[in-house]
Design a binder for this molecule. Sequence first.
Ligand code: NDP
Length: 281
Amino acid sequence: MAVPTITLNNGVAIPQLGFGVFQIEPENTEKAVLEALSAGYRHIDTAQMYGNEKQVGEALASSDLQRSDVFVTSKLNNGFHRPDDARRAMDQTLADLGTDHVDLFLVHWPLPTRYDGDYVSTWKVMEEFAADGRARSVGVSNFQVDHLERLAKECDVVPAVNQVEVHPYFTNEAVRAYGSEHGIATEAWSPIAQGGVLKDEVITEIADRVGKSTAQVTLAWHIARGDIIFPKSVTPERVRANFDIFDVGLTAEDVERITALDKGEDGRTGPHPDTFDMIPG
Ligand code: NDP
């Protein structure tokens, strides 16, 4: 079954299912991405912080696909929020990926406690990338509602996406709701909570009934809620299984039951965007 696309607020279509490469070692990345492309994925989510953009680029070059066949996302690293640093970092991303544009470029973290709390000038450089074509779309990641409100007040371009932690134990509803009210698509990172939801009783019961794995049911739940996902795996059978989720047949009640597993802040696995301030190196 074909992967559905979501139309972003600038008219660009993004495949709702992609492949994430966080925590894939550079030496394993080309093989993993080629595996994903051969399973049918046409959307790859990488970042400067992951240190594997070059190997993603090598996979794209050695596949028999055209550049335009694959939707490629990367993200501005935390050390490069100042405008000139961001411009240089973007050029490095394009060189490493071996392309003249990315399909989507994100501010990886807002870092409200760094750079005098100034993520606005960073966003204005992102607007520049969208205007000059180095990015077909620009967006943010790990932005809370107040961060998005500030961009709305002080900038021109509305982010196309906000990539945030979302999974059954952390459904992140307020951030998702702000996005859907303002034309910002939600991308759900760690969609299976890095495996943390796979033994859940409710998800297991639903998986047994529909004859799919708990990972497939969880990924199908995200798709039913309209979020964009890119599960990561270096295990070829899982890479293929995670792509085979469009016939899972969840009922509205299944979706509600999984959503009700939310534990609020207790379910968050990653850093809190209001306080996270890590700068690599
Ligand atoms: P995921 O929720 O995708 O989980 C990945 C883990 O689950 C791996 O350990 C993988 O193991 C395992 N796994 C994958 N599929 C299955 C399966 N079918 N059955 C059992 N286990 C499985 O976590 P990620 O944190 O990687 O999130 C996905 C992507 O989101 C990242 O790769 C990245 O692109 C993005 N991300 C963005 C962040 C941001 O700040 N913007 C933060 C975190 C992630 P194995 O590989 O060994 O098979």
